[in-house]
Ligand binder design. Structure first.
Ligand code: HEC
Length: 255
């Protein structure tokens, strides 16, 4: 069998099926980790612990009513201090963040709960709360992720996710799926939604409704991944050879 193109899974050498399955296994784990990571990074930014469109609007587009300090204290920094002290900070922010109250009201909380990490020796890249003026950068209006950050994250996403779906899609080409257009749509979907996903990160800054395009793209991408993963695994190991597949293992072409 010199040419394995268009050959059904069951006619591939065992070694190749093992290779495909192991790659799918690790990609499947990776996909789940990626979902946990999205959750950890974004859920709760709007105050509600579930992941919502509002969370993504804040993450990408910013929060006109909020500051980075409040967003963080409702998100990844929420567990760093007791709720009643969080409330002291929120009340202070909502009452106009009076600079005269920093020394008396806010600084003691920062010293006790934040400075262990937020100081130049421990983490040079974080806002420094060892000095009172370190607060300034995080009490300005929250503009969401900056364009340079988005550019960095998007080029990594575009390259690495293309690799993943090239491999997963290539494995899936060995599946028997009818109608053929459906098979092609499932293969194309992750690449198209990757583009709409990344584009919507930027567009959310212009109109926050694009956060829903981010969510929709992610859902479609995940659906395509799931279909390719389970169809490939099933046809490789469990399913019978479909009657339409020829003696030589070729999946008949539709012209
Ligand atoms: C255990 C270490 C640790 C403690 C304690 C901690 N932080 Fe952080 N903080 C981090 C890390 C790491 C990041 C960057 C990653 C992230 O945003 O989750 C961060 C990010 C932030 C940011 C976002 C900064 C930015 O420019 O994006 C804010 C605001 C913040 N912390 C506020 C606080 C406040 C207020 C406290 C105290 C109540 C606190 N943190 C306590 C480790 C800590």
């Amino acid at each position: 069998m010199s040419n394995l193109n268009n050959v059904h899974f069951k006619f591939l050498p065992l070694s190749m099926r093992v290779l495909f399955s192991m790659a799918l296994l690790v990609f499947g784990l990776g996909y789940n980790m990626a979902m946990i990571q999205v959750w950890e990074n974004h859920a709760g930014k709007d105050g509600d612990p579930m992941l919502s469109g509002k969370d993504l609007m804040i993450a990408y587009g910013g929060n006109p009513e909020g500051t980075k300090l409040e967003t963080s204290l409702r998100g990844s920094m929420a567990d760093m201090l007791p709720a009643e002290k969080r409330q002291v900070i929120f009340d202070w922010l909502h009452n106009g963040a009076n600079p005269e109250e920093i020394e008396t009201k806010i600084n003691p909380i920062l010293q006790e709960h934040c400075v262990a990490c937020h100081n130049p020796e421990a983490n040079p890249h974080l806002p420094n709360y060892a000095k009172a003026d370190g607060l300034k950068s995080v009490i300005a209006k929250d503009e969401g992720m900056t364009i340079p950050t988005l550019v960095r994250v998007s080029h990594i996403h575009l390259f690495s996710i293309t690799f993943i779906f090239f491999i997963v899609g290539f494995i899936y080409t060995h599946a028997y799926v009818r109608p053929t257009w459906l098979k092609c749509v499932v293969i194309a979907m992750p690449f198209l939604t990757l583009i709409t996903d990344v584009a919507s990160w930027y567009l959310t800054k212009v109109w926050s409704g694009f956060a829903w395009v981010v969510i929709g793209s992610g859902a479609l991408m995940g659906t395509a991944f799931t279909i390719m993963w389970f169809t490939s695994m099933y046809q490789m190991w469990l399913g019978k050879v479909p009657a339409e597949v020829g003696e030589d293992g070729k999946i008949p072409c539709i012209r």
